[in-house]
Design a protein around this ligand. Structure first.
Ligand SMILES: CC(C)(COP(=O)(O)OP(=O)(O)OC[C@H]1O[C@@H](n2cnc3c(N)ncnc32)[C@H](O)[C@@H]1OP(=O)(O)O)[C@@H](O)C(=O)NCCC(=O)NCCS
Length: 148
């Protein structure tokens, strides 16, 4: 989509009826199987939901899935970005940035002062992206235990 210089991007809150479009976008970024359907069907539109969608001509081209969370001891209130994705044909057009900027704006209106993003250390584009938006490495380390 290189010839697309300045697409008219509309960013809005995610609604329940967006689930199919988000699943289709998930396929377009190359993910074949995952539990995203369960994740996105569990609580869109509720008070904890901070997700936003980006559309061009009513086509879904990006989404940030985010939720209000209460984590750790002492319990800390923060907005967790569960995932963010932009259609490969529309990447590098600052659509992901528009989504994050809208999320930041919304967090400010809700007096949420921390946003946490998860990024695999091998995902260079995502790490560059979150750094670009002023995120710094968290003091909290993730530990996974994979059950056999
Ligand atoms: C990460 C992602 C959401 C970024 O969306 P995007 O709309 O293409 O990003 P933007 O155009 O808003 O980029 C903003 C800045 O982030 C950085 N950035 C974005 N993509 C980058 C890349 N591939 N390499 C290096 N830096 C990158 C740049 O600093 C960029 O600023 P610039 O355009 O002025 O150089 C997108 O690449 C994506 O969907 N990736 C695949 C899905 C994924 O891995 N999601 C994360 C797992 S949850």
């Amino acid at each position: 989509m290189n010839e697309l210089k300045a697409p008219a991007v509309k960013v809005r809150h995610v609604m329940h009826y967006d689930i199919d479009s988000i699943l289709s976008l998930h396929k377009r970024i190359g993910v074949k199987q995952s539990n995203i359907a369960y994740m996105i069907s569990s609580g869109f539109g509720g008070p904890m939901d901070f997700s936003f969608i980006a559309e061009i001509d009513r086509k879904v081209v990006g989404v940030v899935i985010a939720h209000l969370m209460y984590l750790y001891i002492p319990i800390t209130e923060l907005c967790l970005i569960n995932g963010i994705m932009v259609d490969p044909q529309y990447q590098h057009l600052h659509i992901g940035s528009k989504l994050v900027e809208e999320l930041i704006k919304f967090c400010r209106t809700q007096n949420i002062t921390t946003i946490r993003a998860l990024a695999e250390d091998t995902n260079t584009s995502l790490n560059e992206f979150v750094r670009y938006h002023g995120f710094h490495r968290s003091k909290i380390i993730n530990w996974d235990k994979v059950l056999e």
